[in-house]
Design a protein around this ligand. Structure first.
Ligand code: ZN
Length: 299
């Protein structure tokens, strides 16, 4: 790195942008594709250069307890080195890559806070909202911007007029991220009224809305409530057809009392879970209705 002192970033986005620039330059020089970003290589090479003596020297799958997706751990013995790990029970390359990026985020942003290992549950990888855990949200923000930089992400998704989970399968493969991460990224950037709903055994586990949908007053009620899926939703019907993945228009009264909703659903990424993507009409009903409760959703 020479003798010139290099200022290092201090925020999640700052780190992601810095690493993206390095990756782009390196790949241009070697004539390599910019995507997908190979986190295992970046993590070793970058930290060896910038933090010799405290570098990441192990990137691997580990038999972690089933609740955990990944972990950041100091190497035992006090060498100062670190390892980033994913649960070796995970077979999806996208989940593995996103988890490693998340752990690299913890390394860059949080390793000095305690020096202890950080274990990350599946739910932590879905925490994109700092209200539920600042460190986890930061690690996800880092992973999101490292693996899916906005300039390219917009190119990949701008043409999607009424996207379905099948569209995000393509986006997911382009970036080698989880399907959930690709959809969450899109929800953060879109002007559409849309929502992801993750459900299990017929009940809604969690959901996240795009800003325009939230602003139009549609959101999911408190997490602690047990909310069944709407009976006629594709997720509840366990529709595993190709058509369900490309989406169907469901009339009003199913997901929303007053609006038809375009639902697409996929069951495969997490064995016991369904991932639904809901697209609401662009124009919200003009007059805000009295608070209506339908299947746990407040319109
Ligand atoms: Zn974490």
């Amino acid at each position: 790195m020479g003798q010139k002192e290099i200022r290092l970033p201090t925020t999640a986005k700052g780190w992601a942008v810095r690493l993206s620039q390095i990756i782009k330059i390196a790949n241009d020089i070697h004539g390599l594709a910019r995507f997908p970003v190979k986190v295992s290589e970046i993590a070793r090479d970058f930290t060896a250069n910038v933090y010799p003596g405290a570098a990441i020297t192990a990137v691997d799958g580990r038999p972690l307890s089933k609740n955990f997706e990944g972990a950041l751990m100091p190497k035992p013995g006090g060498s100062g080195e670190w390892g980033i790990f994913y649960n070796s029970a995970i077979s999806s390359p996208g989940r593995i890559n996103f988890t490693l990026a998340h752990e690299l985020g913890h390394y860059l942003l949080h390793r000095q806070l305690s020096g202890d290992p950080i274990y990350c549950a599946r739910r932590d990888l879905w925490t994109w909202d700092s209200a539920y855990g600042r460190m986890e949200a930061e690690a996800n923000e880092f992973a999101s911007f490292l693996l899916m930089p906005l300039d390219d992400f917009r190119q990949q998704t701008d043409g999607l007029r009424r996207p379905s989970v099948a569209d995000f399968e393509r986006v997911k493969d382009h970036y080698a991220v989880s399907l959930t991460a690709a959809i969450l990224k899109w929800l953060d950037t879109t002007s559409k009224r849309a929502m992801i709903v993750i459900s299990r055994y017929g009940f809604i586990d969690w959901s996240r809305s795009s800003e325009p949908l939230l602003k139009s007053g549609v959101y999911f009620r408190a997490k602690q409530e047990t909310t069944p899926l709407p009976d006629a939703s594709l997720a509840a019907l366990q529709d595993t057809s190709a058509e369900a993945a490309t989406g169907k228009m469901l009339h009003e009264g199913i997901w929303s009392v007053q609006e038809p909703v375009f639902e697409s659903v996929l069951f495969s990424e997490y064995h016991d879970m369904a991932i639904s993507l809901l697209i609401y009409p662009d124009d919200a009903p003009r007059r805000p209705w009295a608070v209506e409760v339908s299947q746990g959703f407040v319109d």
